[in-house]
Design a protein around this ligand. Structure first.
Ligand SMILES: C[C@](O)(C(=O)O)[C@H](CC(=O)O)C(=O)O
Ligand SMILES: [Mg+2]
Length: 291
């Protein structure tokens, strides 16, 4: 593994690919799969922690520790730099500093903080409410001040486009950059031109959240790259697919009393072992316990 910090590795990944595709990985095994598919950076979604680890909706019900546990598991399994959804930061200024430090210690490469009120909602749902621009700028300042590795990425997410409109969202993003944000997460935009306007105004890398069944069209990397977007995020794509596949297998087992008709949808034992490096572990065992 490289000696560079996780944050430094995220900045390197950003240089290596335009836009940098960031794959949502709900757990350690998913991170290994994303690595196998060639991703250079991965993401721990707040919705992913709530939905997949706790069976809860994405409504600000999980804690800092809940997220850190998933960060630790993922970063123990994969060296890919991990960007983490820190929601609204889990409290006020000192809590946000703890969030930055604890997530760094858990192995994260960076996090994003959003300008919603603590009783947050999914960025692509109605009914969002925001804190003032000043309060969010304070959140960013607190996070930046609490950071011990200046390569650790502090990204500001603004949910304002859907609530206050495009210009207010851009003004907020500029204020967050002024407060020290390294990158901007422009949530729930609807056109490439809207991304261009953000990019022209903020002067730091901008992330596009290409989440399915939301407000943002499924723009391709080519379209996003041409517009100047630097990071393309797919927070829950694999989770949605694995959930549908799993439900199909459970239903088939119940209805047909056998898995024979869905076996071709399954990863084989050999494929699983390949992802895990199982045979190397076994060889180590054989070496350690020679008779
Ligand atoms: C990116 C996001 O914050 C997440 O938690 O993954 C969600 C994604 C989603 O609900 O599709 C969001 O955009 O709010
Ligand atoms: Mg989220």
């Amino acid at each position: 593994m490289s000696q560079d910090s996780a944050g430094a590795r995220l900045w390197q990944a950003l240089e290596a690919e335009r836009p940098l595709q960031v794959a949502g990985t709900i757990n350690a095994y998913s991170a290994l799969l994303a690595e196998q598919a060639g991703f250079r950076a991965i993401y721990l979604s707040g919705a992913g922690v709530a939905n997949a680890s706790f069976g809860l909706p994405d409504l600000g019900m999980t804690s800092l520790n809940d997220v850190c546990e998933d960060i630790r598991r993922i970063t123990a399994a994969s060296d890919l730099p991990l960007l983490v959804d820190a929601d609204t930061g889990f409290g006020q200024a000192f809590n946000i500093q703890r969030t930055v430090r604890e997530m760094t210690r858990a192995g994260a490469a960076g996090l994003h903080l959003e300008d919603q009120v603590a009783a947050k909602r999914c960025g692509h749902r109605p009914g969002k409410a925001l804190v003032s621009q000043e309060e969010m700028a304070d959140r960013i300042r607190a996070g930046v001040d609490g950071r011990q590795d200046d390569k650790f990425v502090i990204m500001a997410r603004t949910d304002a486009h859907a609530v206050e409109g495009q210009q207010a969202a851009i003004d907020r993003a500029c204020a967050y950059v002024e407060a020290g944000a390294d990158m901007i997460f422009a949530e729930a935009l609807q056109t490439l031109d809207e991304y261009r306007q953000f990019i022209d105004a903020v002067g730091v890398p901008v992330l596009a959240n290409i989440t399915e069944f939301g407000k943002t069209p499924l723009f391709t990397t080519e379209e996003l790259g041409d517009a100047g977007v630097r990071l393309a995020l797919y927070p829950l794509s694999a989770f949605r697919a694995m959930s549908k596949a799993a439900l199909g297998v459970y239903q088939t087992l119940r209805q047909e009393g056998t898995q024979k008709n869905v076996i071709d949808r399954m990863q084989t034992r050999e494929e699983l072992y390949e992802v895990l490096g199982y045979h190397e572990y076994e060889q180590t065992l054989d070496k350690l316990f020679k008779q």
